[in-house]
Design a protein around this ligand. Structure first.
Ligand SMILES: [Fe+2]
Length: 387
C-alpha cells in the first residue's frame, strides 16, 4: 500500500549570481516597508550586511539591524532579538548569515505576533499560525536552514541543543546568491559543506525518507562529491560556490521533510562539551556512523558510494555498501578534515559520558536512524572513530 507524505519548503527560491539584488521586490510583495535585518558580527565585518543595507536603501525600505548573534545561538539571544524587533515595529525580517543567524530570524518570526518567548514553541508542531514574512540569504553552504522547518537553538539553562519544528518555521523566501558565500574562509567552507553532506547522507537513509526526499538527498550527495574540494580550494569560483549552495538547499529540503539520524545525535556532544563547530562535529563522526548503519540499508549506502564516485561494479552488496564510509572519509580528508576522534583534543575516557549525553539529548534524531542506537552502541561508534 502506498503511503502519503507531505513536503514543505520555501514558497519562493531564487538561486543565482546576483539574486540578492531582487530582495526589495519580495519585501514589497509582502507589503513590507520596515525590515528587521538580522546578521552577525563576522558577516557585518565581511561587508555583506552593508551590501543588503545598500539594496534596502536604494529601495527606500527602512531597516533595523540586529547583529548580536553568536554561533550555536541561545534561547536568550532569540528573546533579545525578539524584544528588539517588537520595539522597532518591523513588519518583515531579512536574515543574512549562516545557520545560526537564519535560525534566530525564523524563531523571531513565529514569536513576533504573540510576543511570547521561543520557549513556548520548543518541540514538534507547537506553532499555530504563520509568523511575519521572512526572507533568508545564506552566507554559508551547509546548514540547510534556508529550506528547513526547524530552528536549532542552545538552551543556556542546561547547555543542551533544542529545536522548534513546524511548517511555519520555513522561511517564505530563500535567496541563494553565491556572491554572498564568496568571502567564506576555507575552514568554514569545509565545516559547513560537511554539514550539508551529513544532512544528505542521513536523510537519504532516514526511516521517514520518501521518493521526493531521496531525490533531493542523492542529488545533493552527487553535487557535493563533484564540487566540495574545488569550493574549498578556490573560494572565488562562483560556479562551484553556487553548486555547493544548491546542494545545501537540496539537503536542507531532504532532512527537513524526513529527519536526520545518529550522525547529528552523536555529533552534538562535540559542540556542547568541546566547542567544535556543528559542521566539524558532524564530519568527525559521520564515517563511523555510516559503518555502524551500513548493513541496515545496503542498497542505499551502495548508491551513496556510487554518487561519490566509487566503483562498485562486481562487488557484493555488503562490499559496495562499505565503500560509502571510505568515500565520505576521502572527501572530508580532501578538505582538510580529520575523521578520527583521536585527532582532536578529546580524551578516550570521556567517550562513554559523551555517549550518554548523545543518546539522552538526541532522541528526536535517533527515531529516524535506520538502526537502533543504545548508549553502548553510541560508545562503540565513538570508539571505532577513536582508534
Ligand atoms: Fe546540521
Amino acid at each position: 500500500m502506498a503511503t502519503s507524505f507531505l513536503v514543505y519548503g520555501p514558497s519562493i527560491v531564487n538561486i543565482g549570481i546576483g539574486a540578492s539584488e531582487s530582495i526589495g521586490n519580495y519585501i514589497r510583495s509582502f507589503d513590507g516597508s520596515r525590515v528587521l535585518l538580522v546578521s552577525d558580527p563576522g558577516i557585518q565585518k565581511a561587508g555583506l550586511t552593508g551590501e543588503v543595507e545598500r539594496i534596502l536603501q536604494d529601495e527606500n525600505i527602512k531597516k533595523h539591524c540586529f547583529t548580536d548573534i553568536e554561533p550555536e545561538p541561545s534561547i536568550a539571544t532569540v528573546d533579545k532579538c525578539l524584544n528588539f524587533a517588537l520595539k522597532s515595529g518591523v513588519d518583515s525580517i531579512v536574515a543574512i548569515g549562516g545557520g545560526s543567524t537564519i535560525d534566530v530570524a525564523k524563531s523571531v518570526s513565529i514569536c513576533f505576533k504573540g510576543g511570547n518567548s521561543i520557549r513556548t514553541f520548543l518541540g514538534f508542531d507547537r506553532v499555530k499560525e504563520p509568523g511575519i514574512p521572512t526572507i533568508v540569504i545564506p552566507t554559508t553552504s551547509g546548514s540547510g536552514s534556508e529550506a528547513s522547518m526547524s530552528a536549532v537553538l542552545t538552551d543556556e539553562r542546561d547547555n543542551t541543543k533544542t529545536a522548534v519544528w513546524s511548517r511555519y518555521v520555513v522561511p517564505n523566501v530563500a535567496i541563494i546568491d553565491p556572491v554572498m558565500t564568496r568571502t567564506m574562509p576555507a575552514t568554514v567552507t569545509a565545516d559547513t559543506g560537511s554539514d550539508a553532506l551529513s544532512h544528505a547522507v542521513e536523510s537519504y537513509v532516514s526511516l521517514r525518507s520518501n521518493t521526493i526526499t531521496d531525490t533531493y538527498a542523492l542529488s545533493a550527495i552527487k553535487i557535493i562529491g563533484s564540487n566540495f574540494k574545488l569550493a574549498y580550494a578556490e573560494g572565488d569560483n562562483l560556479f562551484v560556490r553556487q553548486k555547493m549552495a544548491e546542494a545545501s538547499y537540496l539537503a536542507g529540503m531532504a532532512f527537513s521533510n524526513c529527519g536526520l539520524g545518529a550522525g547529528h545525535a552523536l555529533a552534538y556532544p562535540f559542540t556542547t562539551c568541546y566547542g567544535y563547530s556543528h559542521g566539524r562535529a558532524n564530519a568527525i563522526i559521520l564515517p563511523a556512523v555510516i559503518r555502524y548503519n551500513s548493513n541496515a540499508n545496503e542498497e542505499k549506502y551502495k548508491n551513496i558510494a556510487e554518487a561519490l564516485g566509487e566503483q562498485v561494479a562486481g562487488l557484493s552488496l555488503p562490499e559496495a555498501a562499505l565503500k560509502a564510509p571510505c568515500a565520505v572519509e576521502n572527501i572530508l580528508n580532501s578538505v582538510g578534515i580529520a575523521t578520527k576522534i583521536s585527532a582532536y583534543n578529546i580524551p578516550e575516557d570521556d567517550l562513554y559520558g559523551m555517549a550518554e549525553v548523545a543518546v539522552a539529548n538526541g532522541q528526536r534524531l535517533l527515531v529516524t536512524n535506520p538502526r537502533e542506537v543504545s548508549i553502548d552502541d553510541a560508545w562503540g561508534i565513538y570508539m571505532e572513530s577513536y582508534r
